[in-house]
Structures are given as structure tokens and as C-alpha cells.
Design a binder for this molecule. Sequence first.
Ligand code: 5GP
Length: 123
Amino acid sequence: MGFEYDDQNIFAKILRGEIPNDTVFESDHALAFRDITPQAPTHVLVIPKGPYMSLDHFTQEASEAELVGFMRAVGEVCRIEGVSQDGFRAISNAGRDGVQEVPHLHVHILGGRSLGRMLARET
Ligand code: 5GP
């Protein structure tokens, strides 16, 4: 499957500095910033700096340095936010069925309270 990255997505604009963000951590390969609509006391989005749409896209096309840099950033955010001890949830939504709103890879880091079941049961 080919991946067609849309460089007008909101996170691409954040990376270009066209839209402000509340940065938590930045490295050569990743940027982490607070979600504009937090769903838990800690709700940080970690994104790679490269133009990747999803974990699937990223793991197929990113360099080893990008892959390592991104994953290390996820861990850094957990430590910066102080959720390593009590726990957290890392979520990456992709595509239609994953209900992905912004088509630039992001991992949500959620914590600071008990997060309940992973998925709501179907009614
Ligand atoms: P998704 O549903 O794609 O996994 O999550 C996208 C997330 O991006 C949502 O949680 C939403 O609140 C967040 N978001 C959307 N636009 C902005 C923005 O302009 N700034 C920030 N910081 N977060 C955003």
C-alpha cells in the first residue's frame, strides 16, 4: 500500500511553527506537546518530525535513527510527566477504523488517573 502524506495536516503545521504548541519534549526526531483537548491529567502527543501518517507507514519507511529517536521520546515524556511509576496508556489511532483525526503519526500518552478498560464494550 502506498502512503500519501498530506503536508497541510495540523501537526505538519505545528512542526513548521505555523501553529503554536505547548511543547513537553523535543529531540532531533520527535516533538511532544500537550493535546489541545486533554482527556486525562496527562495527555501528551508524541510525533515524529518526518512525514509519516501512521505506525504502519513509519515502521515501513523511517530510518533506524528515526525509529529509535521516536521511541526514546515516548519514554522521555513518561518520565517528564511522572507517569512511569503509576502507569499510563499509549495509543496510536490509524485510519478509518482507528478513527484517526490527524493524518500524521502520533502516540497519545495518557495518565494521571486510572484509565479504565482499554475499549468500551459494544452495546
Ligand atoms: P487522533 O484522533 O487523530 O488520534 O487524535 C488527534 C488529537 O489531536 C486529538 O486528541 C485532538 O484533541 C488533538 N488536536 C487536534 N488539533 C490539535 C491542535 O491544533 N493542537 C493540539 N495540541 N492538539 C490537537
